[in-house]
Every structure is written in structure tokens, then in C-alpha cells.
Design a protein around this ligand. Structure first.
Ligand SMILES: NC(=O)C1=CN([C@@H]2O[C@H](COP(=O)(O)OP(=O)(O)OC[C@H]3O[C@@H](n4cnc5c(N)ncnc54)[C@H](O)[C@@H]3O)[C@@H](O)[C@H]2O)C=CC1
Ligand SMILES: CC(=O)C(=O)O
Ligand SMILES: [Mg+2]
Length: 467
């Protein structure tokens, strides 16, 4: 993974020039992207030099070369990513100032008591008189964090904070990262139900399968606010959007393609369901042991569900054995699962979505010469198929119409809204989904989702523009 490191260097002006330093960094294949002078003395200059490098090993090599320069003293090395995380990525701010006793008596006691009583008498008023209206809990137990696995609730926090920041930036939703110190299904359900009164929606994140299916199903049944497991449905929505557009490029029909999905966990199961409901007939699911077939029975009920609806030819074997002739590869498993040799054996104009984070199933640079359309889940390559394109907009829509749930129709509407943001003129191999920073995406999803919620009668409020 590419890194950006900041070297704080004290340079002896009599011994070394900045030109020599720049040459050394450049010869070590570092890319200088910024230079800041921190201190200018008579004999020495202290500078912060920001350098992009390929990975940790490359960074160490480049630093060793810099240290060899006579007259250069390395004071400190910092990593831009870590600097951006110091103190966390979020803060909470009041929406109105309390300037005097009069304000205080309205915002706090005694005035607040009348508001509490009003909600006590009519609980639906919690949506208009509290932060419930615009607040989502981003809840994880830290058991399937990105592709890092079970790293625990503390280590999961940076991802959940990141999701919360994205909710705010993309859709003006106040989201709270909540990492639970339990992996017990019942305790997670109980805890989320207990905190639900303050939230308008629950975004489950990075909870390992198969527990995630039961947790989501039970919460959906027992709560009257949307519960959405982002790794399942957010991923599936964006995947379908990307696939609809990629198939346009290769001029293949949904009903004709052979699609191999690898990694039948939270994301894999939901993506498989979405592909089937979009009309793809030949989906083959593969996990570590090989393909899922309906002649076998699995401990994981979702695998039995997938086996009974996919793999019409009952193909048995490992990914490498069954990839022959596939039109589309979808990876939501882990790093290095797909080889270049596998890609070469796919059908003409192969589509490869290697979505494992942070390291995809195949290095996009190695795969690129052999694929027609390549996508990853990452921000540093084109075609970012990542649930961040979905969750802000889908919750914006759900909150604005006070939906009781996020149903299949709303998800399908979201996928179509994302796909249609890319016009036919813009569509090409490196642009199958809009950028995460495209400001049209969330409003388009919102609108499509509200329409679908109204049509399917799960909206408790009809926003003015839809009346
Ligand atoms: N781009 C995106 O928007 C998203 C990407 N992901 C990525 O997808 C991956 C899976 O995430 P989840 O479904 O949440 O995890 P999960 O733990 O629920 O499922 C992972 C599945 O992949 C399987 N797997 C792992 N290594 C494999 C291999 N070598 N061959 C075949 N199967 C293998 C596991 O057995 C498991 O069934 C992670 O890397 C995650 O970062 C997940 C959600 C969204
Ligand atoms: C993007 C995301 O949610 C994941 O990789 O888990
Ligand atoms: Mg996730």
C-alpha cells in the first residue's frame, strides 16, 4: 500500500545542499510531494519533506539512503495517515449556544421537562424534538474489520470513526461510532436494542459472518428503525451499480454471464442475493474449500441458501479450477486469492472486481493488462466499488421519510441511482461508478430511496417535494 511519510531533517548548509537530498530521495524512487521549512539558522536548516513511497520496505530503504548523506540529521519520521488519526477523527458540537440563564432555562431545566413530557405522551415526537431525526449508530464488535479479521473493538474504532465522518460529509448525517466489547450474539442484540431510542437508524459494520445475519434479522424484526448491515447491503448495492455499467462496456447481458463470487461471508452472501435478484442466472459461489453445491449440506445456513440458488451446473472445485470461461470475477474474500493465470483463463473481455480491503484479491497493476474492466474497493485506483458510495445516501433517504426499514426495493433503487449517475458519454473502462466525491450521488440515492419507500409503504413521513 502506498504511504506518505514526512521526514524532519536538519541539514548542515556547509556540507549538503537540498539538491543533493532531492537527488538521493529520487534515486531511492521516493516522490517528494511537499517541502516545509521549519527553521532557518545560520549553519543549519530544518525541513519537513513529505515523500510518497510504495510501502513500508520502500520507506525504510529510502530513509537509509537519506541517513547516509553527510550533513543530514534525521530528527523524526512521521506517517501522514497516523497524523490524521491523532485524537480521533470526530468531535461533537452543540447546534445552539447557551448564552444566558434564559437560554439555559429553555434548553435545560425547567423548559426541557415540557419537551420530555410531550415525547412521553407521543413517542413519535422523538423524531422531531431530539437528535433521533438525524442520527445513526455505526455499530461493530470488531470481528471482521475490513479484511483484517477479528482485531477487537478498540482496533475497529478508526474504521467506525471514518464511516461516521463520511456519513456527515456525504449526507449531513450525525453518526456515532460504537464498538462493543462483546461478540455474543444475544448481548449485541440486547445492547443495540437498548441504545436504539436515541437513533434514527442502525448501521451494522464489520461483524463477522454468520453471526451478522442473525443479528441483523433479529434487530430488523424487533426495532422500528432501519437496521442495515453495510458490509452486506451497501457493498451489494454498489457492486450491482458497477456491474450494470461494466456489462454495458463489454456488451454482455446479465442473463448470459457466468459470475464467480469468492468469499461467501457477509458481503459475499448479500452480493450473491443482489446478483440473483438482478437477473443473473449463472452465479458460482466459492469459499476457502471450493464451490458451494446443492448436493452438500453446510453448517452455515446462508451457504445452504446460496448453494440451493446458484451453481446451476453443480460445478465442483477450487477457484483456480472453475474460473475458466467466467465473464465476471467478484472477490470479497482476502488478498492474493486470484492469480494472473486465472484471469488469463477467463472469457473474453473479463470483468474483475477485487474488492477485499485493504489488499485486493489480485494486484490491480498485475491484472490490468489482462482485464477489460478492473475495480477494487480502494480509494487509490479507478473504479472504487466501495459501500461508501451507498450508505450515506441510502440512510439520508431512509431518515428523511422516517422509513421503518430499508427493503430490497430501496436497495435496488439505490443501485440504479448510482449507476445512472455515470452518463453514457462518460462511461468507460476506468469510470464505471461515480467518484465518492461526486456530490450528485447521495441526493440521487436519497430521491430514489424515498420514492421506493413510499411505494412499498415503509415511509412514515412524506417529505414535501414528494407530496
Ligand atoms: N469494497 C467494499 O465495499 C467492501 C469490501 N469488503 C471486503 O471484503 C472482504 C470480506 O468482508 P466480509 O464479507 O465482511 O468478511 P467475512 O469475514 O464475513 O467473510 C469473508 C469470507 O471470505 C472467505 N475467504 C477468506 N479467504 C478466502 C480465500 N482465500 N478463498 C476463498 N474464500 C476466502 C471466508 O471464509 C469468509 O467466508 C474483506 O476484505 C472486506 O474488507 C467488505 C465489505 C465492503
Ligand atoms: C468498505 C468496508 O466496509 C470494508 O471493507 O469492510
Ligand atoms: Mg465494512
Amino acid at each position: 500500500m502506498a504511504l506518505s511519510v514526512i521526514l524532519r531533517l536538519e541539514m548542515d548548509k556547509n556540507k549538503v545542499s537540498f539538491g543533493q537530498l532531492a537527488t538521493t530521495i529520487s534515486e531511492a524512487e521516493g516522490d517528494i510531494v511537499a517541502i516545509d521549512v521549519i527553521h532557518q539558522g545560520r549553519e543549519t536548516t530544518t525541513r519537513d519533506v513529505t515523500v510518497n513511497v510504495r510501502n513500508q520496505d520502500h520507506s525504510e530503504h529510502m530513509i537509509d539512503e537519506v541517513k547516509k548523506l553527510d550533513g543530514v540529521k534525521l530528527i523524526n519520521v512521521s506517517d501522514r495517515t497516523f497524523l490524521m488519526h491523532i485524537g480521533g477523527k470526530l468531535e461533537m458540537k452543540p447546534r445552539l449556544p447557551i448564552k444566558n440563564r434564559d437560554d439555559l432555562s429553555h434548553v435545560y431545566t425547567p423548559g426541557v421537562a415540557r419537551v420530555c413530557t410531550a415525547i412521553h405522551e407521543d413517542e413519535s415526537k422523538a423524531f422531531s424534538l431530539t437528535i433521533k431525526r438525524n442520527t445513526v449508530a455505526v455499530v461493530s464488535d470488531g470481528t471482521a474489520v475490513l479484511g483484517l479479521g477479528d482485531i477487537g473493538p478498540r482496533a475497529a474504532m478508526p474504521v467506525m470513526e471514518g464511516k461516521a465522518v463520511l456519513f456527515k460529509q456525504m449526507a449531513e448525517i450525525d453518526a456515532y461510532p460504537i464498538c462493543l466489547d462483546t461478540t455474543d450474539t444475544e448481548e449485541i442484540i440486547r445492547t443495540i436494542k437498548a441504545i436504539a431510542p436515541g437513533f434514527g437508524g442502525i448501521n451494522l459494520e464489520d461483524i463477522s459472518s454468520p453471526r451478522c445475519f442473525e443479528i441483523e434479522d433479529r434487530l430488523k424484526e424487533e426495532l422500528d428503525i432501519p437496521v442495515f448491515h453495510d458490509d452486506q447491503h451497501g457493498t451489494a448495492v454498489v457492486l450491482l451499480a458497477g456491474l450494470l455499467n461494466a456489462l454495458k462496456i463489454v456488451e454482455k447481458k446479465l442473463s448470459d454471464v457466468k459470475v464467480v463470487v469468492t468469499g461467501i461471508g457477509a458481503a459475499g452472501v448479500a452480493c450473491t442475493k443482489m446478483l440473483l435478484s438482478a437477473g443473473i442466472e449463472n452465479v458460482i459461489c466459492v469459499d476457502r474449500h471450493g464451490t458451494l453445491v446443492d448436493t452438500e449440506t453446510y453448517d452455515n445456513p446462508m451457504w445452504n441458501w446460496c448453494a440451493s440458488r446458484t451453481n446451476p451446473d453443480r460445478v465442483k472445485g477450487t477457484l483456480h479450477e472453475i474460473i475458466e470461461g467466467a465473464d465476471v470475477f467478484i472477490g470479497i474474500s482476502g488478498p492474493g486469492v486470484l492469480t494472473v493465470e486465472d484471469v488469463k483463463r477467463m472469457a473474453e473481455n473479463p470483468i474483475v472486481f477485487a474488492l477485499a480491503n485493504p489488499t485486493p484479491e489480485i494486484d490491480p497493476e498485475e491484472a490490468e493488462p489482462h482485464v477489460r474492466v478492473m475495480a477494487t474497493g480502494r480509494s487509490d485506483y479507478p473504479n472504487q466499488i466501495n459501500n461508501v458510495l451507498c450508505f450515506p445516501g441510502i440512510f439520508r433517504g431512509a431518515l428523511d421519510c422516517r422509513a421503518t426499514t430499508i427493503n430490497e426495493e430501496m436497495k435496488l433503487a439505490a443501485a440504479q441511482a448510482i449507476a445512472s449517475t455515470v452518463t453514457d458519454d462518460e462511461l468507460n473502462e476506468s469510470y464505471i461508478v461515480p467518484s465518492v466525491f461526486n456530490e450528485e450521488v447521495a441526493p440521487r440515492i436519497r430521491e430514489a430511496v424515498i420514492r421506493a419507500a413510499i411505494e412499498t409503504k415503509v415511509a412514515r413521513r412524506i417529505p414535501k417535494e414528494f407530496r
